[in-house]
Each structure stands twice: as structure tokens, then as C-alpha cells.
Design a protein around this ligand. Sequence first.
Ligand code: ADP
Ligand code: 5GP
Length: 196
Amino acid sequence: MNKGILYVISGPSGTGKGTICAEIIERRDIHLSVSTTSRSKRVGEIAGVTYNYTTPERFKSMADNGELLEWAVYNGNYYGTPKAQIEDMLDEGKDVLLEIEPQGALKVKEILPETVLIFVIPPSMKILRDRLVSRGREDEEEINDRISSAKWEFMQAFKYNYIVENDDLGVCVARVMQIMDQCTAERKKIYQLLNS
Ligand code: ADP
Ligand code: 5GP
């Protein structure tokens, strides 16, 4: 059986990654990985669905025990991708989607070079800030921290396989799905050649 494809979506906070991933999992047969984090749960988030929430100590022991495919510190909190389930799904031929920041994304690419990295950009910095403000999840100080992190994150975009602008949501989601369809077709062809 052909292996599933691992896709990673990154981009600065507020650019629309979560919204895009929610649209994709509605439309495609793909598993969205649930990360583990030491950050506290926010209003509207669901434990086990948005994230698995844990303490910094427990997070560190998960990392030390090799339970995470990658992990990173973002604005003072730990975030990591649980390993076992993802490996099983890929081996079973299922596609998997990770929504993670660039330090983690680039580690995944190092470990699994066949991973497809997609970087989502906002139309402008003004729109990025407006989206963070209108989401209303972070206070002003945290919004400023996230905007500062965005500058470093944009520099990482050059290392990604694809860069997609999220101006109109529908257009952006269609482009991501087009990339996925193209990757599926290309890999199918490669597997056919390998098996012939
Ligand atoms: P991220 O997961 O990248 O931090 P979100 O998905 O939470 O970002 O989106 C941030 C805010 O921007 C949300 O309020 C969301 O509804 C809004 N948003 C996302 N995409 C668009 C878009 N294309 N046009 C306008 N608003 C958007
Ligand atoms: P938030 O606090 O907004 O939910 O997430 C902050 C950042 O952490 C986002 O860029 C998000 O993509 C990233 N993130 C979420 N889960 C993971 C993960 O498992 N690993 C890494 N490296 N980053 C993650």
C-alpha cells in the first residue's frame, strides 16, 4: 500500500490557518493531528479536540520519552506533535495535516523529507493585525508578541514548498486543495513507476 501524505500548514498567528484547516477536513479525507500544548485552554477551545493540554513538566517528559515527532516553544509555551498516531496513519495510507509553526515544520521536513510544507500569508500586516484583533482571543500585549513573531516566520516561508495567500478564504482553500490533489497525483505516478 502507498504511504499517506503528510502536509504541514504554517503561517503567522491570525493568518487563518485554523479556519483553512477546518474547511479542508470538511472537504477532504484527511486527518487533522491534535497537538499537545502547555498553554492554557482558551474560551471556546475543547480539550482533546483543539489541543491536548498538559503541564510544562509532563510536556518535557513526553519530549524526553520520544513521544513527539517535533516540538517547539512559541511565545513561552510548549507545543508538540504526538508521534505514534501520525506514523500509524501514514503507514495505513491515510493523509495527515499538521497546523504547526515553522520551527516544528522544518524539524518535520528534516525527519520526513517527503512532507509537503505550505505557508499561508495574509494580504498585509494591517489585515493580519485586524484579524487578530477581531478574533478577540489574545490581549493587546500578546497580539504584539504574535506580530513580532510573524516577522521571523515570514523569513522561513522561503524554505516551504508552497506559499499561499489567504485573502478570499474560498480562493485560498481551493488553492490548498489543488496543491493536495497535485501531490496525490504526482506520488501515485511515482509509486506506479516504482512498482512497474
Ligand atoms: P490562525 O489559526 O492562523 O491563528 P484563525 O483561523 O484563527 O488564524 O483566523 C484568525 C481570524 O481571521 C479569525 O477570526 C477568522 O475567522 C478570520 N479569517 C480567517 N481567514 C479569513 C479571510 N480569508 N478573510 C477574513 N477573515 C478571515
Ligand atoms: P495558538 O496558541 O494560536 O493555538 O498556536 C500558536 C502557534 O503554535 C501557531 O503557529 C500554531 O500553528 C503552533 N502550533 C500548534 N500546535 C503545534 C505543534 O504541535 N507544534 C508546533 N511546532 N507548533 C504548533
